[in-house]
Each structure stands twice: as structure tokens, then as C-alpha cells.
Design a protein around this ligand. Structure first.
Ligand code: HEC
Ligand code: HEC
Length: 245
């Protein structure tokens, strides 16, 4: 299933690259329009993004493209800079943003952060065995003190919907996307601004832990209020980069 999804993804990605290559190149070469007149401008600029990401994102258990709508603007901005500056690797994404300025990236981040759209319904079914789901739930809500893994809720918010301005939610994402991001931290293929707390956490997890937490997260329904929390309930259990000073 993973192979099939990956193959389908590669097919879609190369097709889109062909289709969008020219549009994106033109977009990258055009200087940002002045903010005052950008209402239409920004819609046009993000059309290419929506071709892959959708507006509402993919449904949880299928597909790969992460949803952007409603994520904290600071988080989205940090990711766009990371693709541009080589901390995160994805050929299509790096190509999209390689020539774009911070101001332009921030404008797109704010556009997606401001979209308030419903989430597709989550299937409560999973092919993961109960013991695996129990381990995933434990990591998410309690962590594993013996292995120095803090609970995900300590940083990603009590409802796991993220925390403003720079911590993303963990619900409403494809399972394959979540497990591959944690795997990328484990293998040093994804980096965040230093100190990279997720790299430390990823390296403390086994691949079984990664599958467990990704499977559990992908089954959770969105809470009535899916918006990121406005502030952390307590200080971060370890320092993370990219946060406001
Ligand atoms: C060809 C398909 C494609 C296009 C077009 C595309 N993206 Fe992406 N984007 C991806 C994929 C795939 C990922 C996940 C990469 C990974 O595995 O790290 C991603 C990841 C991201 C992320 C990180 C999300 C997160 O939760 O960490 C952001 C932000 C993003 N894209 C923004 C954009 C913007 C803005 C545009 C338009 C300028 C755009 N993307 C266009 C495929 C695409
Ligand atoms: C110490 C705080 C902290 C803890 C604890 C933590 N995270 Fe994170 N997490 C972050 C930060 C900060 C980011 C954003 C990193 C970046 O900017 O790339 C993040 C990003 C992520 C992402 C990327 C989401 C996306 O859209 O690409 C995933 C997946 C993730 N965390 C999973 C987890 C899981 C699972 C746990 C619990 C086992 C966990 N995190 C615990 C701080 C934390």
C-alpha cells in the first residue's frame, strides 16, 4: 500500500511539475505585488500550491500531501524557509520556493493560516492492532519517561491542534505523512531551526513507536474547535527553535 501510494505520488508530482513548471517559474520571477492590491494576486499565486495540497487537505488515511489551511502562520513560514534554505528536502517543494523572498513566503503562510475550512471526516477504523494503538495513545498523551520522550500534547497542545504561532497540529494529517516526517527526523533528513527538539524526540523513538503514534493520531476525530491553541499551557519540556523570543 505504501509502495502504491508512493508510486502514485511520484506520478502526480512529475505530472504537476510539468504542468506547473512554467507558471511557477513566472511566479518566482515576478516581484511580489504590493500588499494593498494582493487580494486577487495571492489567490493566483497559491493556485499552484492548491493543485497538490488542496484547500482542505487530503483525508487522513489516504494520500500524502499535508493540509496547509488553518496551520499556524509562523509554522508554515518556518517550513517554507526550511525548504528554500535546505533544512527540509522535497524536490517539488524546494523548486517551488527556491527563489522566493521571506516577505513572499510570509504572505503565502499567512494566506493559508487564515483559511478556516472544515476537515474531511476521519475514519475511526484502523488496520493497526489494539496494542499498537495503545502504545500510540500513550506516547501522544503521556510520553515515555524512561526513554525521555515527552508527551506530544505538552508541545502540540492539549487537543493536539497545535499552538500559535509556530507549533503545528498533529490531527487531520495523512498517517503516511506523519510517519514519514518522524522517520525523516530519526534519519536526519528533516531539520528544524536549532535547537531542533523534534530531531531529539524522533531519535528517541523506534520505528515501531513511529508507526504506533502515527496510526493512533490518524484515527482521532477533529475536536469541535480545530484551531491551534493561542498559547502553551506550560513551558516547553525542552527548547525548540523557530519560536518567538
Ligand atoms: C507538486 C506538488 C506540490 C506543490 C505544487 C506544492 N507542494 Fe507543498 N508540499 C508537497 C509535499 C509532497 C510536501 C511534503 C514534503 C515532505 O515530505 O516533507 C509539501 C509540504 C509543504 C509544506 C509543509 C507542511 C507541513 O505541515 O509541514 C508547506 C508549508 C508547503 N508544502 C507549502 C506549499 C506552498 C505555499 C506551495 C505553493 C507555492 C506548495 N506547497 C506547492 C507538495 C507540493
Ligand atoms: C518539545 C516540544 C515538542 C514535543 C514534546 C513534540 N513536538 Fe512535534 N513538533 C514540535 C515543533 C516545535 C515542531 C515544528 C518543527 C519545525 O518547525 O519543523 C513539531 C513538528 C512535528 C511534526 C511535523 C508536522 C508537520 O505538519 O509536518 C510532527 C509529525 C510531530 N511534531 C510529531 C510529534 C509527535 C508524534 C510527538 C510526541 C511523540 C511530538 N511531536 C512531540 C515540538 C514538539
Amino acid at each position: 500500500m505504501r509502495k502504491k501510494a508512493a508510486r502514485r505520488f511520484a506520478g502526480i508530482a512529475s505530472l504537476l511539475t510539468l504542468l506547473l513548471g512554467h507558471a511557477i517559474f513566472a511566479m518566482a520571477a515576478t516581484p511580489a505585488a504590493p500588499a494593498a492590491s494582493s487580494a486577487n494576486g495571492i489567490e493566483q499565486r497559491v493556485a499552484a500550491c492548491i493543485a497538490c495540497h488542496g484547500r482542505e487537505g487530503a483525508s487522513n488515511n489516504a494520500g500524502y500531501f499535508p493540509r496547509l489551511s488553518g496551520k499556524p502562520a509562523g509554522y508554515l513560514f518556518n517550513q517554507l524557509r526550511s525548504f528554500r534554505d535546505g533544512r527540509r528536502f522535497n524536490a517539488d517543494m524546494s523548486y517551488m520556493v527556491q527563489h522566493l523572498s521571506d516577505a513572499y513566503l510570509m504572505e503565502m503562510a499567512e494566506y493559508f493560516a487564515g483559511l478556516d475550512l472544515p476537515y474531511p471526516p476521519v475514519s475511526p477504523m484502523s488496520d493497526a492492532p489494539p496494542a499498537q494503538l495503545a502504545r500510540g495513545r500513550q506516547l501522544a498523551l503521556e510520553g515515555d519517561a524512561a526513554r525521555r520522550i515527552p508527551a506530544c500534547v505538552q508541545c502540540h497542545g492539549a487537543a493536539l491542534t497545535g499552538v500559535q504561532p509556530a507549533i503545528p497540529g498533529l490531527l487531520g494529517l495523512p498517517r503516511l505523512y506523519v510517519s514519514s516526517q518522524l522517520g525523516a527526523w530519526l534519519t536526519s533528513e528533516r531539520h528544524a531551526l536549532a535547537p531542533d527538539c523534534m530531531a531529539d524526540i524522533g531519535r528517541r523513538m523506534t520505528t515501531a513507536d513511529i508507526n504506533a503514534v502515527a496510526s493512533w493520531l490518524a484515527m482521532q476525530p477533529m475536536p469541535a474547535d480545530p484551531k491551534p491553541a493561542l498559547s502553551l499551557p506550560a513551558a516547553l519540556p525542552m527548547p525548540c527553535g523557530g519560536m518567538p523570543k
